[in-house]
Design a protein around this ligand. Structure first.
Ligand code: NI
Length: 181
C-alpha cells in the first residue's frame, strides 16, 4: 500500500473523461492495489472521498467514507463505473472542498436525492439511493470521472473562500456539513 500524490487544479488528468474499468480487470492486482492506495491516500489527507483521476489514474473508481445503514457502522464505500441519476427536482446546497483544490471551499447546489448504480471492489452490483450530504459527496466524486471539479459548479463566486476565512466568517452562520473530497 502507498500514499499517492494528489493532482491539483490545473493538472490535465483532472479534466479528462475517465475510462470504465473492464469487469475482467477488476480483480487484477493493479486495480486492487489502486483501490487500497486511494483509501490510504484519502485517509492520510483527511478527505471524505477521492476519485482515481485525483491520483493520476483516469479510470472510473471512487472511494468515500460512508455511514452504512445496514451495519450502522462507518466504513469505506468504493464505486466502480458508477452511474447516477437525480430522483428529485429538489436541490440542496453544501460547502464543498476538494483535495485537488487544497485550502479552499465553495458552496454548490446539487440534486438532493440520487439513484446510484455501480460495482463494488469485488465486482458485485450496487444499487442504492443517496440523499442530502451523502448525495452531494457521490455527485462530487462522479463529477471527477467526467473531468469536472466542484468549482465549475459554484454559481455565486462570493461563496468561494479559503478555509481559514470560511471558518472565521462563514461557518458560524452556516449549519451545513463540509468535507474535502
Ligand atoms: Ni474532489
Amino acid at each position: 500500500m502507498a500514499i499517492r500524490k494528489v493532482a491539483v487544479l490545473g493538472h490535465p488528468v483532472l479534466r479528462q473523461l475517465a475510462q470504465k474499468v473492464p469487469a475482467e480487470k477488476l480483480s487484477s492486482p493493479e486495480i486492487q492495489t489502486l483501490i487500497r492506495d486511494m483509501i490510504e491516500t484519502m485517509v492520510e489527507y483527511d478527505g471524505r472521498g477521492l476519485a482515481a483521476p485525483q491520483v493520476h489514474e483516469s479510470i472510473q473508481i471512487v472511494v468515500m467514507l460512508w455511514d452504512f445503514e445496514e451495519t450502522k457502522k462507518p466504513g469505506v464505500l468504493c464505486l466502480i463505473n458508477p452511474e447516477i441519476k437525480p430522483l428529485t427536482e429538489e436541490a440542496s446546497s453544501f460547502w464543498e472542498g476538494c483535495l485537488s483544490v487544497p485550502g479552499m471551499r465553495g458552496k454548490v447546489t446539487r440534486p438532493n436525492k440520487i439513484q446510484v448504480v455501480a460495482l463494488d471492489q469485488k465486482g458485485e452490483k450496487l444499487e442504492f439511493v443517496a440523499e442530502g450530504f451523502a448525495a452531494t459527496v457521490v455527485q462530487h466524486e462522479c463529477d471527477h470521472l467526467l473531468g469536472k471539479i466542484y468549482v465549475d459548479r459554484i454559481t455565486d463566486l462570493t461563496q468561494f473562500a479559503f478555509n481559514r476565512e470560511f471558518q472565521t466568517f462563514i461557518a458560524p452562520q452556516e449549519r451545513n456539513e463540509e468535507a474535502d473530497s
